[in-house]
Design a protein around this ligand. Sequence first.
Ligand SMILES: Cc1cc2nc3c(=O)[nH]c(=O)nc-3n(C[C@H](O)[C@H](O)[C@H](O)COP(=O)(O)O)c2cc1C
Length: 298
Amino acid sequence: MALLSVLTPALALVLCMVVGFLFLKSRAPGTSPQGAGQAKAASEKEFRPWVDQDLQDDTEITTGGGDKDEWVESDDEKDLAHVPYSPQRYPEETMLQRSKDFYSLMNQRRSVRFISPEPVPREVIDNVILTAGTAPSGAHTEPWTFVVVSDPETKHQIRLIVEEEEEVNYRQRMGDKWVHDLARLRTNWIKEYLDVAPYLILVFKQVHGILPNGKKKTHYYNEISVSISCGILLAALQNVGLVTVTSTPLNCGPQLRLLLKRPTNEKLLMLLPVGYPAADATVPDLKRKHLDGIMVAI
Ligand SMILES: Cc1cc2nc3c(=O)[nH]c(=O)nc-3n(C[C@H](O)[C@H](O)[C@H](O)COP(=O)(O)O)c2cc1C
């Protein structure tokens, strides 16, 4: 009897938890066939996530998921030769000067949203893309594709897709705080530069590789690798006096991928309009953090 009186509160608690769980489960969308249909329709119509669902760094998902036979075990090149490497070494004064010069060059980089239609030599673009392709990548998988668009009609199609999605982003997905933060930069969903800039560079990350025999190859840390290559691309553009604005058009990836006929293993990471700055271009008067605000010396 004494044992029962001790156990009763514990049993009651467990019972409550089970009943609560069953109740919540029965209310969850998609648990009945009717609910599933309604939930799907509702999610398609109303669900406007603020994150880009197309942009998961799914290295682990793709290696773990699907049919194991679809994936190649490891690279065939087991006997990769190693060669001597001795890059240029500078005297200390030269190093110091070069570090200052490069900082000065990069400190002049700004995101420019007013781009001139003036033509830019194609070979320069080829070279900046080659430079971006020098980035390090997880296990040297080079998981990037740079789509360079200069065709006016394709640029316009891109603009239509981006502006339509961006209007929904600004009006529904992003929330007041984000829209307010962007207001001071004077950005909105109108992207005239997508028509005007002589080149649009769309950077895709390859979430996995596809070998000539059709097998999939793991692309480790593909998003980090491609992001590094984008940083190098920005530096290369700055080096030749061209401008861009880093943009990550939220939820436009699938449509742009279809438009540009890219395979499904490629996900859009960035869209960079590239050209000379317009003669009357302005930029927000932003200040950058000082060294003691970004570096911790231990
Ligand atoms: C990941 C990322 C996404 C960005 N997306 C946009 C964008 O969609 N539209 C835009 O006008 N600027 C965008 N920017 C540019 C930032 O607003 C800009 O870098 C920032 O205001 C600092 O200005 P600065 O680049 O001139 O130094 C983005 C920058 C980064 C790094």
